[in-house]
Design a protein around this ligand. Structure first.
Ligand SMILES: [Fe+2]
Length: 201
């Protein structure tokens, strides 16, 4: 038996600035596909386990867990942090302080995060908290599963697969999309992610 996941409808962003409803709709459908695939994968794995069948077929299904699970979870982080018209991180907030400590300030963080988002290839730019050291760092994650620092908590997740911006900006539109993404970040949500992660240590 495995847990059955549901798409988290409460996270669906609305009325974003520079990211259209049509773009979000297509992207959301892809996210629902990951949820479906996670459930299907778990079902098939559980059938193998019940039969005591740990054959190469089981191994190949197991290898896909990282891709499907992270595809689901990263999209949830991505959608959850998008809300139009939000003010930047508050001066003096813990997030603001940690951005200064780890990057020199918000602007320095933004420049590196943007540069990571523009890296060639498909993947994700992610701002993480290292809870053990209360340090922040930006990372590139290839596909959905390669490059996550173990034990770190994602605070802000930006999808830079082409499907995230093709509808609005076309194949060469990644820089414009990144600008639009950053305009819509819900910094209160990022602060909440930080506080929850620190509380859980
Ligand atoms: Fe995506």
């Amino acid at each position: 038996m495995a847990y059955t996941y549901q798409a988290r409808a409460e996270l669906r962003p609305r009325e974003l600035d520079g990211i259209s409803e049509k773009q979000i709709q297509q992207h959301w459908t892809l996210y629902e596909g990951y949820v479906k695939n996670v459930n299907e994968l778990n079902k098939r794995l559980s059938e193998h386990i019940q039969k005591g069948d740990f054959s190469p077929e089981y191994a190949e299904l197991k290898r896909r867990l990282g891709f499907e699970y992270n595809g689901m979870i990263l999209h949830e982080h991505y959608f959850a942090a998008l809300k139009p018209g939000q003010a930047p991180a508050n001066d003096g907030s813990r997030l603001d302080r940690l951005l200064k400590q780890s990057f020199g300030g918000f602007e320095e963080w933004r420049k590196e995060f943007t540069a990571i988002g523009k890296m060639r290839g498909i993947g994700w730019a992610i701002l993480y908290l290292d809870p053990a050291h209360e340090a922040l760092s930006n990372h590139w994650v290839t596909l959905h599963e390669d490059g996550h620092p173990a034990g770190f908590t994602p605070l802000l997740v930006m999808d830079v697969w082409e499907h995230a911006y093709m509808v609005d900006w076309g194949a060469t539109g990644r820089p414009d999309y990144i600008t639009a993404f950053l305009k819509n970040v819900d910094w209160r949500k990022v602060e909440q992610n930080l506080e929850a992660a620190l509380k859980a240590v």
